[in-house]
Design a protein around this ligand. Structure first.
Ligand code: AMP
Ligand code: MN
Ligand code: MN
Ligand code: MN
Length: 278
């Protein structure tokens, strides 16, 4: 039995803890293998690795890339065990990040129409990294202003697809994201497939295309999807011969369903993605 957590966020994207604090928490929670996977950003990897090394914790450099599956359906692809110095990967991520500021202004404009003032500045204050301003930062601002009791209900009422503050946005394409990851020596993993607004056949099509484009793994256990989704993802992993990954999707105390390093074991009969890390 070992504890593996290959999906976590720091203040470099929309997490609440700095990379070094995550490393210490992973160590305290007895993780054996931990990956930092900030959204569209590798800026926390150095600090995370340095602290993990000091603690004797096995660390994997990662990133969670925002991808447009269709115009109105964003998905997330993890790059695990990437080379954070790879220039094509860095450049691709920089381009994805560039769109975020303009999107944040559009979100704030929408929110203003519904009576939420100063949302751009308010969200920015919550962003540890201004180039990574995200809906999570808007959620924290709206909760702080009393528009909802916690950040999950802010999403349900304001920021989820189709809600008042939601705007469409063009992220990376799936072929580009996969190419950046593979070129940098990384392993590509489709993140939390159970969370997308897709029918069973829609999800199957996505996984089929992911595999066809060279995608390597699928997140079978995720803190942001249900146990029912685990069963579905395990069967997709077997059917499409994809490696299996698992992660808490930890964002910080009070905001995540699974604590860092407390991820359940993978179901039997799957190929753990970490066996492929050199
Ligand atoms: P963005 O990349 O700016 O669109 O923000 C996406 C992030 O918002 C995700 O990575 C989650 O951290 C967060 N998020 C999305 N939906 C929810 C939800 N229903 N509850 C809590 N957080 C969510
Ligand atoms: Mn997030
Ligand atoms: Mn995600
Ligand atoms: Mn995530």
């Amino acid at each position: 039995m070992q504890s593996v957590d290959l999906h976590t966020h720091s203040t470099v994207s929309d997490g609440l803890l700095a990379p070094a604090e995550l490393a210490r928490r992973a160590h305290r929670n007895q993780a054996d293998l931990w990956a930092l996977t900030d959204h569209d950003e590798l800026g926390g990897v150095n600090e995370a690795r340095t602290t993990a090394d000091e603690l004797g914790l096995r660390f994997v450099a990662g990133v969670e890339i925002s991808v447009s599956w269709t115009d109105d359906l964003p998905i997330h692809v993890l790059g695990l065990n990437v080379d954070e110095h790879n220039s094509a990967l860095q450049h691709g991520l920089a381009v994805v990040r560039e769109g975020r500021d303009a999107r944040a202004h559009r979100i704030a404009d929408e929110l203003l129409r519904f009576g939420v003032e100063d949302a751009y500045q308010g969200a920015l204050k919550h962003a540890g990294n201004p180039s990574l301003i995200s809906r999570s930062h808007f959620a924290r601002y709206l909760a702080e202003k009393g528009f909802a009791t916690d950040i999950h209900s802010v999403f349900d009422n304001w920021l989820a697809q189709g809600k008042r503050g939601y705007v469409e946005h063009a992220w990376a394409t799936l072929p580009d994201a996969l190419e950046w990851i593979h070129n940098s020596g990384g392993v590509s993993v489709l993140a939390h497939p159970g969370r997308y607004r897709l029918s069973a056949s829609g999800l199957r099509k996505l996984v089929e295309k992911f595999k066809e484009l060279g995608g390597m793994g699928i997140e079978v256990i995720s803190g942001s999807q249900s146990m029912e989704a685990t069963r579905v993802c395990a069967s997709l992993a077997r059917r499409f011969e994809l490696m299996a990954s698992c992660g808490s999707d930890y964002h910080g105390p009070g905001e995540s369903w699974i604590d860092l390093g407390k991820v359940p074991q993978l179901p039997d009969g799957l190929q753990p993605v970490w066996n492929s890390f050199r």
